[in-house]
Design a protein around this ligand. Structure first.
Ligand SMILES: CC(C)(COP(=O)(O)OP(=O)(O)OC[C@H]1O[C@@H](n2cnc3c(N)ncnc32)[C@H](O)[C@@H]1OP(=O)(O)O)[C@@H](O)C(=O)NCCC(=O)NCCS
Length: 295
């Protein structure tokens, strides 16, 4: 292989910091397997023509291949099938697309896939207890009352399963637009406290990206990833939505007590105060009337 062939070979390798560093502290690179790279070659992307929409069943193969390029994990095919082929409402996806006119084809430039998860014991094990206080502050009173009046048993959270942008389109704000979509979507869902995700500890650009987008590292999970028989730690990043504050932690740990307290507050205390106020107004009015009469 001559120098120019070697150079060419080097150029088509893809880079993702989700792949761990090897013994020489170099990042493992992968060969492209998804369609988008070939279709985009020689094309100058116009950022104004990038558009966003959810993924569908027709993107199954390409999404699978993009994941192989971005992540060193062997995702079972079943996961993609569940999300893209028979999503029963538990997943949310969004992707950045570009239409290549010459080819009459649309390509995926980046994507995000998320899953709804309960805020339960496992959630706290994941994100770490130090996030409790944040969550405490994030629930507002009105929501809490609604929560107790509804049949909902758990608060929810949005877990980012994967987020990636193709090499050719990085640093064009696509990742930011995708994660902002997730924030806006999740914040609009009643009883959703926030968004969280895992990232391999030495994915420095990924971590910087998440920090820039308002997530904080709340926990480190030991040996979370197993990549080619080697174990790697994971950092958990979380963004708890900033709302009017109330107390989820108390609710989580003493849910029965809280349930009773809230019902008591709603049906006994509030009506009681209302009638006391009414009675006082009535008494004042009477006093005032009498005073006018005697004057
Ligand atoms: C992480 C990733 C999704 C970022 O997507 P992107 O579209 O390039 O990100 P944006 O253009 O929206 O960047 C927003 C901010 O993130 C940070 N950032 C993004 N890429 C970075 C890099 N390579 N190095 C340092 N900071 C980076 C910067 O602060 C940037 O803001 P700036 O441009 O004002 O400096 C993309 O690099 C990627 O797909 N990586 C491979 C897969 C991966 O690591 N996924 C995340 C872990 S699950």
């Amino acid at each position: 292989m001559n120098e120019s062939q070697k150079e060419e070979e080097k150029q088509i390798l893809l880079y993702s910091e989700c792949f761990p560093l090897n013994e020489n502290k170099e990042r493992i690179k992968v060969k492209p397997i998804s369609q988008v790279h070939k279709l985009l070659s020689g094309i100058q992307i116009d950022p104004n023509k990038i558009y966003y929409k959810p993924l569908g069943p027709e993107h199954f193969e390409e999404v699978k291949n993009l994941h192989k390029e971005w992540f060193p994990i062997d995702y079972p095919e079943e996961i993609f099938a569940n999300i893209l082929l028979h999503n029963q409402g538990n997943y949310v996806t969004q992707a950045a697309f570009y239409f290549i006119e010459g080819e009459n084809k649309e390509v995926i430039l980046g994507l995000i896939m998320c899953e709804w998860r309960y805020v339960d014991k496992f959630f706290f094990e994941f994100v770490g207890d130090n996030i409790l206080e944040e969550i405490n502050k994030s629930i507002d009173y009105e929501e809490e009352v609604q929560f107790f009046l509804s049949k909902q048993k758990f608060y929810t959270s949005n877990y980012i399963l994967s987020l990636g942008v193709i090499d050719e389109c990085r640093k064009m704000n696509i990742g930011t637009n995708l994660i902002k979509f997730t924030f806006n979507y999740a914040i609009s869902v009643p009883f959703c406290v926030g968004v969280f995700l895992n990232v391999i500890v030495d994915n420095f650009s990924g971590k910087k990206f998440y920090e820039k987008n308002g997530l904080i590292c709340s926990n480190r999970l030991k040996d979370f990833y197993v990549i080619e028989d080697k174990k790697y730690d994971s950092d958990v990043y979380v963004r708890i939505f900033d709302r009017e504050k109330k107390n989820l932690a108390k609710k989580y740990y003493n849910s029965f007590l809280n349930w009773k307290q809230n019902l008591f507050r709603l049906f006994i205390l509030k009506p009681f105060y209302f009638f006391v106020k009414l009675f006082l107004i009535f008494c004042l009015c009477r006093c005032f009337k009498r005073k006018i009469k005697y004057d």
